[in-house]
Design a protein around this ligand. Sequence first.
Ligand code: AMP
Length: 192
Amino acid sequence: MNLIFLGPPGAGKGTQAAVIAANKGIVALSTGDMLRAAVKAGTTIGMKAKAVMDRGELVSDEIVIGIIKDRIAEADCKPGFILDGFPRTLAQAAALDQLLANIGRKLDRVIEFKVDDGALLARIEKRAKDAIAAGQKPRADDNADALKTRLWAYYKETAPLIGYYFKCGNLISIDGLAPVEKVTAEIEKALK
Ligand code: AMP
């Protein structure tokens, strides 16, 4: 089963991707996590991406498409995957279609997380506070300024994908503001 979780930053995609991936025996792939790992490891990609990510802007299509192409070819992705945070532009969506066609696979569902912008800021601030409380460093882009840029990028570049996947006939929209367990149940129902 190959899925995309689509929605603005802070919508709960990562939380749900971890739960659904574990329930279905598939892998959750977050381009944001992969890029943060590259920044931490100081790789060439990480060095190119860091400042862009800190500002809340999008990293180039070329970089993220390259990362996903290599990752979905790995053995653990054979049973299926959830893409969290990819694709984020129409060019990435088109590249993904091509990548999947090349390896004889297809998308089963695209789950759109619907959330209200006001709630997102509260969630992002909570995520930063929780990280500090757990003795971790909060994400550099989990603050009000970067969130504004991330939301702007979402509406400008990523929201058009809702129409793209609607046209493909595999889009399902869910209420991302419901309690975590309810959102999980809604997604499980949509995947039946
Ligand atoms: P996320 O953890 O999904 O919120 O991603 C954090 C940041 O990583 C984003 O604000 C972008 O700078 C970058 N990023 C993650 N995925 C992508 C993508 N598919 N395309 C471009 N930039 C991305």
